[in-house]
Design a protein around this ligand. Structure first.
Ligand SMILES: Cc1ncc(C[n+]2csc(CCOP(=O)(O)OP(=O)(O)O)c2C)c(N)n1
Ligand SMILES: [Mg+2]
Length: 911
């Protein structure tokens, strides 16, 4: 009774406030009224310390029934089609797991079927001549449903479905998740590593605008980017991390649909709260247009009849853990626990049976509500839209997993459960075969098939579809002689980073290629000297430049332009990679090949965003990744978290990523020229990683005939001197300790592999070895241990499988076969990098590298510390010779003393 009184007095307050509001709205208009309300809210917050500011609207649908756009389709027909798809999606997984243990997911698609089907029947447009197609990021775990639809469309047959997750059987099968690498004509976007699809979609939508602004887009109507996201997936930092970019850039070409089935894998996403409300606040705060689709049409009538406002109050009180329970328990439970909390609400549902209460739909399962939300998203201008759709995980699975915590892992159904599923969705499968879960496809001339095909035809064709037009011209890439200036060398000291900056500015003048280059930088352009490009090609900004930059008088001012070419991403390596991927796949998504050059601190590459590197391989992105400030000792001063001595190992894990560690300007030119040729003229789906260093030294001219070696990973850069002076053949008198007194060792040969700027250690060691120890060491440039290893493994495997055939010899074996002496490698990377080729080096490989955490200090001290300086290289070479009995051990001992290396110094590697 007391409650009731409070309730009605608060009603009076509410009524009078609302009438003032109505008056204000009528007389002052919406904008003034909004200002007024904000002022009042400010006043409230100023007077009430700590009062939270709400970014939420009530827990009901954003679009009220009276504003809902009419549903243009045949509801019944679409329901039946969807039911068949549901059945086949389930059957694929159940079948696969009846004979194998390959896994699969039923319940993600079961919750999202309506969200997809409304899209397929009414919104997602396929590629046509003047339209690249809408770009749809499907939730990876919903793949069975997408395959099941393709089956109904006749794009896949029963054999495909039968071989779901069995790609290696004869004739091939379907990959578990969206992988363009594995199904290059079907999937466009890999999404199953959670959080990556969402961030990619934002940058994809922005990249589409970039292409358009630069006059490169080939469309008459702008495509939409749709991203389907799991509610659990929103916990990934990548998912929500770039939301403000989308609103800042007014990306109204972007629509997200968050499938809020309230569950992730282990249990509820927010058992004690409400994920939809939490996300609403986040998206509203980030400036998105938010459309909540919480309740199905059956609730409309209840909400209208509830004059007390108690229903909405109750909806807001219940937490997601409760809602999950309502989806599992019978209607009587919901009647008692949800409606039963207030007698008025019990009355409100008096006319409904328990069964009807149980079937009160959630918004995301209601075709009309979903359609209205999508339509509103289409029509919205100026901001990206997110649709927060409430669904039930495992919808339709009944006791087999609907709404249950185990639902995500559900892969099997017993006969009883199959019968229930069949009955619920009206699937024409007879009792005698149901236990085999046969697939069902309506006949080609059935109304369902005709309807489905007609819809797709009207919308421009099937999706998903990845199309690369083999006839479309690649890029007119520069020939090698275009880079002539880099082959001449330069006596001025420059770094490989500076050489690259020069190279990109030269490329930007190449007629065939310049417009297709996309320089991408996460706030380090000035560090790398790329700010020279600001003025020439400008920084892309959808708004142009609304201010006079402080440095406008200077040559290198921060020049933002509507058709700027540089993507200056700010401090986001994940975002920059997303841009790299959007640009690097433009040849497929847009039919417009683009060549991204993404330059960044190498330490913050694969170590930070390795999963995006991996994805770039999967999605068949092309382009160049440039890990600048690389090397554990070349980037001096910066210390442990900046000095990179391992990105080459990370990069080596991506099968299609060609990883290079060039030492000289001409090597960079040869690699980039060949990369451009392979990716953009030949059409190979590979991409490149090049380390760049910031140590300055003179760039030598290119020795003749080394191009092939540069590309394959190893070539002789500078042979050691002829040492003719006769000596004591490797015998070093124990008493000889002073420099210069050690006798020369004629005919003793060594080989030092160097990479990146640390090749200078090798070159200096070459001099010391010749001058002081009579050893002639050839210096080789090892541009890619990864490629050498791949080639060597290929040969070894072939030999193993063809044991009686003449064995093949790898490049590195052939190259080194005729060399005498011992082999040493020195690298600014971990020893594991050169160790990759050790099994194929005659007599083994002695490696020096930078294992361990970096330190802040000078280059010289760092190189001594990590034992990769010239002196350490000399010692290692002499030791390797001693190990082979080519010099005496005493000589090594002497050299250690002569060269001032402390044999008891700490080992940098922590073991
Ligand atoms: C980065 C990453 N971490 C973990 C997983 C494993 N995983 C697959 S599905 C899933 C739960 C997904 O929940 P949600 O996002 O709510 O999607 P739903 O299936 O409920 O639609 C998890 C943890 C993954 N695929 N990717
Ligand atoms: Mg979920």
């Amino acid at each position: 009774m007391e409650k009731k009184e409070i309730h009605s007095s608060s009603d009076k307050w509410a009524e009078s406030l609302l009438s003032v509001f109505d008056l204000a709205l009528e007389n002052q208009g919406p904008e003034r009224t909004a200002q007024l309300l904000n002022k009042l809210a400010d006043r409230l917050h100023a007077s009430q310390d700590g009062l939270p500011r709400g970014f939420n609207t009530p827990y009901v649908n954003t679009i009220p029934p009276e504003q809902q756009s009419p549903f243009p389709g045949d509801w019944q027909m679409e329901r039946q089609i969807k039911s068949y798809i549901r059945w086949n999606a389930m059957a694929m997984v159940v079948k696969a797991n009846s004979t194998t243990n390959v896994g699969g997911h039923i319940s993600t698609y079961a919750s999202a079927a309506t969200l997809y089907e409304v899209g397929f029947n009414h919104f997602f447009r396929g590629r046509t001549e003047n339209f690249p197609g809408d770009m749809i990021y499907f939730q990876g775990h919903a793949a069975p449903g997408i395959y099941a639809r393709a089956f109904l469309e006749g794009r896949l047959d029963e054999k495909h479905l039968q071989n779901f997750r069995q790609e290696l059987v004869d004739g091939g099968g379907l990959s578990s998740y969206p992988h363009p690498y594995l199904m290059p004509e079907f999937w466009q976007f890999p999404t199953v590593s959670m959080g990556l699809g969402p961030i990619l979609s934002i940058y994809q939508a922005r990249f589409n605008r970039y292409l358009q602004a630069r006059g490169l887009a080939k469309w008459t109507e702008e495509p939409k980017v749709w991203c389907f996201v799991g509610d659990g997936e929103t916990d990934e930092p990548e998912t929500l991390g770039s939301l403000t970019l989308a609103s800042r850039e007014s990306l109204d070409n972007l629509v997200w649909v968050v499938n809020c089935n309230l569950q992730r894998l282990d249990g509820p996403v927010r058992g004690n709260g409400k994920i939809i409300q939490e996300l609403e606040a986040a998206f509203l705060g980030a400036g998105w247009n938010v459309i909540k689709v919480i309740w199905g049409s059956d609730w409309d009538d209840l909400l209208v009849r509830d004059k007390s406002g108690l229903l909405v109050k109750r909806m807001e009180e219940a937490v997601d853990g409760d809602y999950q329970k309502y989806s599992v328990e019978p209607g009587s439970y919901t009647r008692r626990h949800f409606f039963g909390k207030y007698p008025e609400l019990l009355e409100l549902v008096n006319h409904l049976t328990d069964e009807q209460i149980h079937k009160l739909l959630r918004g995301g399962h209601d075709t009309r509500k979903v359609h209205a939300a999508y339509q509103a998203a289409m029509e919205h201008k100026g901001r990206p839209t997110v649709i927060l759709a409430k669904t039930v995980k495992g919808y339709g699975l009944g006791e087999a997993g609907e709404g249950r915590n185990i639902s995500h892992q559900q892969k099997k159904m017993n006969e009883k459960e199959l019968r229930e599923f069949r009955a619920r969705f009206n699937i024409p499968i007879s009792d005698d075969v149901i236990a085999e879960t046969p697939f069902y496809r309506p006949p080609a001339d059935s109304p369902e098939t005709k309807y489905l095909l007609e819809r797709r035809k009207t919308l421009g064709g099937f999706l998903p579809a990845r199309q690369v037009n083999p006839a479309s011209p690649g890029l007119d890439v520069p020939k090698l002689d275009f880079f002539a200036e880099f082959f001449k060398g330069s006596s001025t000291e420059v770094s490989t980073t500076m050489a690259f900056v020069r190279l990109i500015s030269v490329l930007l003048r190449h007629k065939g290629l310049s417009r297709n280059i996309v320089p991408i930088i996460p706030d380090e352009a000035r560090t790398f000297g790329l700010d020279a490009l600001f003025k020439d090609i400008g920084i892309y900004s959808s708004k142009g430049q609304l201010y006079d930059p402080v440095d406008s008088q200077s040559l290198l001012y921060y020049n933002e332009k509507k058709d700027g070419q540089i993507l200056e991403e700010g401090i986001t390596e994940a975002g920059s990679m997303a841009s790299f991927i959007a640009a690097g796949t433009s040849y497929a998504t847009h039919g417009v090949p683009m060549a991204p050059f993404y330059i960044y601190y190498s330490m913050f590459g694969p170590q930070r965003v390795g999963d995006l590197f991996w994805l770039a391989g999967d999605i068949r992105a092309k382009g160049f990744l440039l890990g600048a400030t690389s090397g554990r000792t070349t980037l001096n001063g910066e210390g442990l978290q900046h000095q990179d001595g391992h990105s080459l190992l990370h990069a080596g894990t991506v099968p299609t990523l060609l990883a290079y560690d060039p030492a000289f300007a001409y090597e960079i030119a040869v690699i980039v020229a060949d990369g451009l040729r392979r990716m953009y003229a030949k059409g190979e789906d590979v991409f490149y990683y090049l380390t760049l260093y910031n140590e300055n030294y003179p760039m030598p001219p290119m020795p003749p005939g080394v191009e092939d070696g540069i590309l394959k990973g190893l070539y002789k850069f500078k042979p050691g001197p002829e040492i003719s002076q006769p000596g004591s053949a490797g015998v070093s008198p124990a008493h000889t300790e002073l420099a210069g007194e050690t006798p020369a060792l004629p005919g003793i040969k060594a080989h030092i592999f160097g990479s990146g700027s640390i090749i200078n250690s090798a070159l200096k060691a070459q001099e010391i070895l010749a001058e002081r120890y009579g050893v002639s060491a050839d210096v080789w440039s090892a541009t890619s241990y990864k490629l050498l290893r791949t080639d060597a493994l290929r040969c070894k495997r072939w030999n193993m499988l063809h044991p009686t055939a003449a064995p093949k010899k790898s490049y590195v074996e052939t190259l080194l076969a005729k060399e005498q002496g011992t082999f040493v490698a020195v690298s600014d990377y971990m020893r594991l990098v050169p160790d990759q080729i050790a099994p194929w080096v005659p007599g083994g490989l002695m490696t020096l590298g930078t294992d361990g955490f970096g330190r802040s200090d000078t280059r010289a001290r760092l190189r001594r510390f990590f034992e990769v300086d010239a002196e350490s290289t000399v010692i290692a070479t002499l030791y390797a010779l001693a190990e082979k009995g080519l010099v005496e051990r005493q000589l090594v001992e002497n050299a250690i003393k002569e060269l001032g290396v402390d044999p008891e110094k700490i080992q940098p590697q922590i073991v």
